[in-house]
Design a protein around this ligand. Sequence first.
Ligand code: 7TS
Length: 422
Amino acid sequence: MSPERPIATAPRPAAPPLDVGRIRADFPILERRVHGKPLVYLDSAASAQKPRPVLDAMDRAYETSYANVHRGVHRLAEEATKAYEGARLRVARFLGAGDASEIVFVRGTTEGINLVARTYGARHLGPGDEVLLTGMEHHSNIVPWQFLCERKGGHLRVVPVLDDGTLDLEAYERLLGERTRIVAVSHVSNVLGTVNPIREIVAAAHRRGVPVLVDGAQAVPRMPVDVRALDCDFYVFSGHKAYGPTGIGALYGKASLLGAMPPWQGGGEMILSVTFEKSTFKPAPHRFEAGTPDIVGAIGLGAALDYLEGIGLEAIDAHERSLLARATEAIASIPRVRVLGTAPGKAGVLSFVVEGVHAHDVGTVLDLQGIAVRAGHHCAQPLMDRFGVPATARASFGLYNLPEEADALAEGLRKVIEVFGG
Ligand code: 7TS
């Protein structure tokens, strides 16, 4: 039995267990000690650490093939352009998109959603029209739509979250109405770990002719995603949560939609021609990428997706779920600890509150033991309100976490109870 073998049964038995020992050797930062203790990094949902192949690909690009893209005739410019466009193709394949032109490089999930709200949204939302969200959205899938509604006289409608952290799908069907112009929903909740039934959500919206944007920030790093199988209209994610660099992410949009959307930022590289009277614009995706893009970030993202696929998304999913099951079981017996989000089939995100102790204090005591978790509202204040808590502590698992680290979380929490009075 390998030391990584999970104690709980993984839901996808076909995936072989990960060789976590080998994987960890790819992540130099995991050798760090924090407050004299070995680092236990349980904050991958905020941002994941980076493996050597990603760091190496970026170093290599800067050291050997760096120049600006799309504009030079010289050799380095050609190589950089090829690598950048190669990364676009890589993202397209990873997401199962039909064509690389359906992939727009953006800074991350936040920018991708803002782009859709400012372009597709501005064109299709009128006074009295509605944007349908859910009660578990990250602020980045709320505020851009709020801006849009304020500008256009539209309204947000919100699908309620049930007590276990699943969406009220009956309410969803009712809320999908005559005035709904777009549905925007997270694939996986960053707080509850709920995996939303995107295919059904999309099918219901499409029956009424409404397009769906999926926030895939927490799904892409941990489960296979196929945008064509989901049939979603837009899909966004961030590179930095998927073991890639910060500052880069991608927006997938169906060619028919992207092709009809106006540009949003103006500048170099997105134009066909410019006069002082009028400018014309390139087709998608370049019309949405004004200015010099994050060239090396895109290359790093491509390397991260290679890394993820090399390990296998199904195996990563199964691994994280086994860690989640182990940690959930281990903390269940600790008094005053309550888990938020118990949806069936939830992904590797574990939010909890310790009765009588603020989440920040929980996080601080864990940090002193070398355990990194996130504490706060997780940019999901409406969801905190829904559950009547100001904040939670959240452990999130990644492909490099060990079963012992799930146990360390439970031990750390026992210490929290000790410190704050059992
Ligand atoms: N959507 C979801 C579901 C997220 O979890 C996050 C970031 C975002 C959007 C925004 O991503 P960004 O890369 O554009 O910032 N979530 C978190 C988190 O849970 N803790 O820190 C960031």
